[in-house]
Design a protein around this ligand. Structure first.
Ligand code: SAM
Length: 314
């Protein structure tokens, strides 16, 4: 199945012209599989020894910002998912762009952290690991089925500092104002970066109308997250969509309401397939501070993603 025409037309206006064709090709091929060690259950050395014993050929992803990250070919995935390390939660399969978000938010042990749209929990698990299972980690998820999947994942991976809430993230800012040191809002999105031409279901719900509806939800979640943040606290906003309505626009909306109380933080990523945010889209002209965010462009290993880190001023 081919990509939706309206999607490719829009994408052409978003990504750099010279990379458009190669980006389009990334939707066709299966991605290389990446995974990381679970610091709550093992160390990189122990996991590597275990994988070697099971005959699983891995390649280290040599990142300064995070150790114990590995890559395998798609055809070896079944072998990995049949390993004891996978069954017993000593590793977690996750795309590299998803790993970057918790690393940039950089929670510390003993802090009070909120993950406002948490299921299935890949990033919550990382936050817990970085907090060394200390402090207070609230994980919020609205959808019932996904909420229980989140709870199962946290238990399976040995997380003990998380408090899970099946509730609407839009209400959290009012219920818990100024409460959290750091907040992750990995927002519900139209998941454009997860489209796969060999999986028609991945794009069957997409439409420009859906993108605009999702944008409204993202704006409200972002305002709620900002209300829940302590002065001096950090908030990371991310999506796995390309659409500016889901990325630059919610940030613009937040800046129009609270611009004098926040700053954005420049980001350094461990790879170079990134692009600066757009300065305008349609009739909207975006605040200069949004330029500190990054749009990650997809490759054969890395999914597309958008990340903005901001700080609430004291
Ligand atoms: N951070 C997760 C991870 O890495 O595994 C993925 C989060 S996913 C992009 C967004 C989640 O937000 C979905 O599970 C969705 O059900 C949930 N969601 C949607 N609307 C919500 C709302 N109003 N409040 C809280 N969660 C919501």
């Amino acid at each position: 199945m081919s990509l939706p025409e309206a999607f490719t037309e829009r994408l052409e206006k978003i990504v750099p012209r010279e990379q458009f064709e190669s980006i389009i090709r990334t939707f066709d091929a299966p991605k290389r599989v990446t995974f990381r060690f679970n610091p709550l259950k093992t160390s990189p050395e122990e996991l590597e020894a275990e994988l070697a014993q099971e005959g699983i050929a891995y390649e280290r992803v040599g990142w300064d910002i995070l150790s114990g990250v590995y890559r395998i070919n798609p055809e070896d995935k079944l072998r990995l998912t049949q390993s004891a390390a996978f069954y017993e939660g000593r590793l977690y399969i996750q795309n590299l762009s998803s790993m970057v978000a918790p690393v940039l938010l950089a929670p510390r042990p003993e802090e009070t952290i909120l993950d406002l749209a948490a299921a299935p929990g890949g990033k919550t698990l990382m936050l817990a690991g970085m907090m060394e299972n200390t402090g207070w980690l609230s994980a919020v998820e609205l959808q019932r089925e996904r909420f229980f999947r989140l709870c199962d994942n946290l238990k399976h991976q040995g997380v003990t500092n998380a408090h899970t809430y099946m509730t609407d993230g839009r209400s959290v800012g009012k219920k818990c104002p100024l409460m959290f040191d750091r907040i992750l809002l990995d927002a519900p999105c139209s998941s454009e970066a997860r489209f796969k031409t060999h999986e028609p279901k991945s794009m069957s719900y997409w439409s420009v109308h859906k993108v605009k509806e999702t944008s409204k939800l993202q704006r409200r979640l972002l305002l709620s997250a900002f209300d829940a943040l302590k002065p001096g606290g950090k908030l990371l906003y991310s999506t796995c969509s390309f659409s500016p309505e889901e990325n630059e626009s919610p940030l613009q909306h937040l800046l129009e309401r609270h611009g004098e109380h926040l700053k954005t933080i420049p980001l350094t990523l461990p790879f170079d397939n990134v692009q600066k945010p757009l300065t305008r889209w349609g009739k909207e002209i975006y605040d200069e501070r949004i330029q500190n965010a990054v749009r990650i462009l997809p490759t054969d290993t890395i999914d597309g993603f958008f990340i903005c880190l901001l700080e609430k001023l004291e």
